[in-house]
Design a protein. Structure first.
Length: 145
C-alpha cells in the first residue's frame, strides 16, 4: 500500500508541476494577447491605408489606360500624316529629278553636242559654248546624281 501511496504522491506532484507550467504559459499568452489588442487600432489604420493605396493604384491604372489610348490614336494620326508627307516628298523629288533631266538635256542640246555621243574630251569643250551660269548649273545637276 505504501508503494501505491508513494506512486500517488509522485503522480500528484507531476500533475502539480504540469499545472504550474500551464499557468505560466497562460500568463505569457495573456500578455501577448493584451499587446495584440493594443495594436488593434494600429492594424485597422494600416489596413485602411493599404485599402486606400490600392484604390488609388487602380484609379491610376485606369487613367494610364485612357492616356495610352489617346497617345496611341494621336501617334497613329501623326504616322498617317507622316506617310502622306513622305509620299508627297517622294513625288516632289521625282518631279525635281525629271525637271533636272530636262534642264540638263536642254543645256547639252544648246551646246550642239549630245552628251551620250560626245567623246569625253569633247564633253569638256561642249560646255564652253554655254554661259558660265549654265555650266555651273549643268555641273551641279551632274553632281546631284
Amino acid at each position: 500500500m505504501e508503494a501505491s501511496l508513494q506512486l500517488g504522491l509522485w503522480l500528484d506532484g507531476l500533475v502539480a508541476i504540469l499545472l504550474l507550467i500551464t499557468v505560466g504559459y497562460c500568463l505569457v499568452l495573456n500578455r501577448r494577447l493584451t499587446a495584440l489588442r493594443g495594436y488593434r487600432v494600429e492594424m485597422q489604420q494600416l489596413l485602411s491605408n493599404f485599402t486606400e493605396a490600392t484604390r488609388q493604384a487602380e484609379s491610376s491604372v485606369s487613367y494610364l489606360k485612357i492616356a495610352s489610348d489617346q497617345i496611341g490614336s494621336t501617334l497613329d494620326q501623326r504616322m498617317t500624316e507622316a506617310r502622306a508627307l513622305a509620299d508627297e516628298l517622294s513625288s516632289m523629288n521625282q518631279s525635281g529629278s525629271r525637271l533636272a533631266d530636262r534642264i540638263e538635256k536642254g543645256l547639252v542640246g544648246r551646246s550642239g553636242l549630245s552628251q551620250e555621243t560626245a567623246p569625253s574630251g569633247d564633253r569638256r569643250d561642249a560646255p564652253a559654248k554655254l554661259s558660265e551660269s549654265e555650266r555651273e548649273l549643268a555641273e551641279i545637276l551632274r553632281q546631284a546624281r
